[in-house]
Design a protein around this ligand. Structure first.
Ligand SMILES: Cc1ncc(COP(=O)(O)O)c(C=O)c1O
Length: 355
């Protein structure tokens, strides 16, 4: 609770997007400290934190788009975002066109001048690590452009430097980094964040101070954690690429990744996420996952523990076979989030399970 000295002071505080001592749904000092840290890391004027990554995604979509508007997004998206676009947007009269985010010029070509309000990209994309060209996205004029940069964190890439309007994160993941916070964040120029604030206050998906505190604590070690996860994931990807039990290793740091050159040109660190197909079918992928001893079956990512998922059984189970094929996802795809355990232990665990 924050008390005001006078009614006049409380009246002014009630409508200020930067006020942190009026009411915590509007603004809060601990949440504001997290927002300022993220804005600085992203090179943004301002940021707004949300109750989760999906809180951030839905605030951008519903805060910026109205009935009759059109969104261009990519096939390769986190499952929650793709469900929001497929099931919530039509109910509000918002049309969505999905393109292959890796195809040069695909986003720009799908923009309908005067109708497209938002162009949404995710890079590296969940779960197949597809890379979107940030310069091409930033060059699109007219609609707002937004990048879900969760897999990269602000240390891996800075979309705003490429001319993109907004960058968002599920800070639940590597940014908070300890699997003990659920929080999202959007950063961009002050005017746009102020507009989002006016929607967010009514939307109510504001970040809790306790989560913001954990996320701020996490940001302090993001540098060392993200470098370590990048180096271990690179090593694991190289080992897997040589293994006869695995195909299609997708890691942007590997020269064989179709988006490798682009990733090298726009990313500083390629992060701790990778995906690959286990030889065989769905049962083989499940058997592999359940044979891991160190890596745990869990849907989050970016934290200290190595986590593994079977996307078609979890985050992407709502997609039909065609939609999965369009994003390069198969029944034998496994996604791993490399943690902070000793790299030898992680590699040994994966090799033993493949054996
Ligand atoms: C790329 C991406 N964006 C958004 C989200 C949603 O984040 P949250 O779970 O914090 O709502 C996730 C969750 O896995 C994600 O991977």
């Amino acid at each position: 609770m924050f008390a005001s000295d006078s009614v006049a002071a409380s009246r002014a505080a009630a409508v200020s997007p930067t006020e942190t001592h009026f009411y915590s749904r509007n603004g809060n000092p601990t949440v504001a400290a997290f927002e300022s840290a993220v804005a600085e890391l992203e090179g943004a004027e301002a940021a707004r934190a949300f109750a989760s990554g999906m809180g951030a995604v839905s605030a951008v979509v519903l805060g910026l788009c109205s009935s009759g508007d059109h969104i261009v997004a990519q096939h390769q998206l986190y499952g929650g975002t793709s469900m929001l676009l497929a099931s919530v947007c039509p109910r509000f009269g918002i049309d969505v066109t999905l393109v292959d985010g890796t195809e040069p010029g695909a986003f720009a070509a799908a923009v309908i001048p005067g109708r497209t309000t938002l162009v949404m990209a995710e890079t590296p994309a969940n779960p197949c690590l597809d890379i979107v060209d940030l310069d091409a996205l930033g060059a699109i004029k007219g609609p707002y452009t937004v990048v879900d940069s969760t897999f990269a964190t602000p240390l891996g890439q800075r979309p705003l430097d490429h001319g993109v309007d907004l960058v968002l994160h599920s800070a639940t993941k590597a940014m908070a980094g300890h699997n003990d916070a659920t929080i999202g964040v959007v950063a961009g120029d002050a005017e746009l964040i102020e507009w989002l604030w006016s929607f967010a206050v009514l939307h109510g998906a504001n970040a809790s101070p306790a989560d913001a505190l954990n996320a701020l604590r996490g940001l302090r070690t993001l540098g060392v954690r993200f470098e370590r996860q990048t180096s271990t994931a690179t090593r694991l990807a190289e080992v897997l690429e040589q293994h006869h039990g695995v195909t299609s290793v997708r890691y942007p740091g590997l020269a064989s990744h179709p988006g490798h050159e682009l990733a090298m040109s726009q990313m500083r660190l390629t992060g701790g996420l990778l995906s690959f197909d286990v030889v065989g079918g769905s049962d083989d992928a499940v058997r592999f996952i359940e044979s891991l001893r160190l890596a745990r079956i869990a849907t989050s990512l970016g934290g200290p523990e190595t986590l593994v998922t079977h996307p078609v059984s979890t985050t992407h189970q709502h997609l039909d076979a065609d939609e999965r094929a369009r994003m390069g996802l198969s029944v034998s795809t496994v996604r791993m989030s490399v943690g902070l355990e000793h790299p030898d232990d992680i590699v040994a665990d994966v090799l033993a399970a493949l054996g």
